[in-house]
Design a protein around this ligand. Structure first.
Ligand code: FAD
Length: 377
């Protein structure tokens, strides 16, 4: 086995780290406070080829592998989760379904703008009455005179309503026992997008409620075979879990960085608090768990890149890093004492940004259900 990253992956890490430190870190607090979508940073990430990282170059992507993508997501999250989820949701939820399941015409229609990061895309699975039980989709699409006519609603959809969003791929019931995926272009009559939802964290990212009322889209916007929607979204979620798991490692690492620096700087009882064993042990535990989590994420990404079954590894990595990031932000904030509770200390933002990592792309409980199923239980 070789645990060293090759030069290409090291270059991805150093490039994204530099971008995160130089471009994201100075504005992260302000974007969060104002709940302002980071258009400039999306343009910067597009220039670096991050918005379509694993999409082949012929479609405007960077043609990188999943491991490179996981490293990029990790490095962005280490500094700011809102920026990271904007990139990750666009890539794995918005763009990959069109690349993985689209026909040639659909790929050439959508991918050049999406993979190059000129436009954003979203994936609308969750509904007010269908969350963990995502197969309980109530949104309906009926074929009428060559159009799919969509009625229903979606909730908590990332990247759906920005000024540069091109489309959302939604799951809809196209028959009593049939779920299909449909691409709905933004601006289609009958497709309404709510104002941005107010959130505990990820405040600079775009989260919307969507409603469809007799919204007619061309029959050709069906993604893949009719009735394949359930199978498609399970595949999309498997891949998306690698993104969220990479976010867990990145967030925990970011919390560790802040706590490590603070512990060496803050003095009480005449010495830096890093001298106290209770503080050192917290940092030692964090560093240990981060190493374990990172290895799990890279392994899941590697399995995917080998074309091997990665569903179990991705669910395990997502569960573990979700919970480890929770412990990490909690310990890191504790090390900051009262200062950590103040908005001007970045750890307070990381603390708020963490919780969703145990909810999105399947809650901790859903991950355990997926893992148990893989174990034959
Ligand atoms: C900021 C944000 C961004 C999001 N972005 C997107 C997006 O881009 N696209 C998208 O489609 N969705 C998105 N989501 C939705 C997210 O994936 C769902 O919130 C998540 O899957 C959980 O669904 P729910 O919120 O309806 O919770 P519920 O399913 O109602 O769960 C509530 C609780 O019940 C537990 N529970 C449910 N069923 C079981 C069971 N069988 N056994 C044990 N416990 C159970 C859950 O684990 C949870 O603790 C986003 C959510 C947020 C908050």
């Amino acid at each position: 086995m070789n645990f060293d990253l090759d030069q290409e992956h090291e270059l991805v890490r150093s490039t994204v780290r530099e971008f995160a430190q130089q471009r994201v870190a100075p504005v992260a607090e302000e974007l969060d406070r104002e709940g302002r979508f980071p258009y400039d940073l999306v343009a910067g990430m597009a220039e670096l080829g991050l918005m379509g990282m694993t999409i082949p170059e012929e479609y405007g992507g960077a043609g990188a592998d999943t491991l490179a993508y996981a490293i990029a997501v990790e490095e962005l999250t280490r500094v700011d989760s809102s920026v990271a989820i904007t990139m990750a949701a666009h890539h794995s939820l918005g763009t990959l379904p069109i690349y993985s399941f689209g026909n040639d015409e659909q790929k050439w229609q959508w991918l050049p703008d999406l993979a190059s990061g000129k436009k954003l895309a979203a994936f609308g699975l969750t509904e007010p009455e269908a969350g963990s039980d995502a197969g309980a989709t109530r949104t309906r699409a009926e074929l009428r005179d060559g159009d799919w006519v969509v009625n229903g609603s979606k909730i908590f959809i990332t990247n759906a309503g920005t000024d540069i969003t091109a489309c959302v791929t939604i799951t809809a019931r196209t028959g009593d026992d049939e779920v299909s995926n449909l691409i709905v272009p933004n601006g289609t009559p009958g497709y309404e997008i709510s104002r941005p939802m107010k959130k505990l964290g990820w405040r600079a990212s775009d989260t919307r409620e969507l409603s469809f009322e007799d919204c007619a889209i061309p029959e050709a916007n069906l993604l893949g075979p009719r009735g394949d929607g359930f199978h498609q979204f399970l595949q999309i979620l498997d891949g998306g879990r690698i993104s969220v798991a990479a976010m867990g490692v990145g967030l925990a690492q970011g919390a560790y960085d802040l706590a490590y620096a603070y512990a060496n700087e803050r003095r009480q009882f005449g010495q830096p608090i890093a001298r106290f064993q209770a503080v050192r042990f917290k940092l030692a535990d964090m560093a240990t768990e981060i190493e374990a989590g990172r290895t799990m994420v890279y392994r899941a990404a590697w399995l995917k890149d080998q074309g091997r079954d990665f569903g179990l590894a991705a669910a395990q990595a997502k569960l573990y890093t979700g919970e480890l990031s929770n412990r990490a932000v909690n310990s890191a904030l504790q090390i900051h004492g009262g200062y950590g509770y103040m908005d001007e200390y970045p750890i307070s933002r990381l603390y708020r940004d963490q919780k969703i990592l145990e909810i999105g792309e399947g809650t901790n409980e859903v991950q355990r259900m997926v893992i148990a199923r893989h174990l034959g239980l």
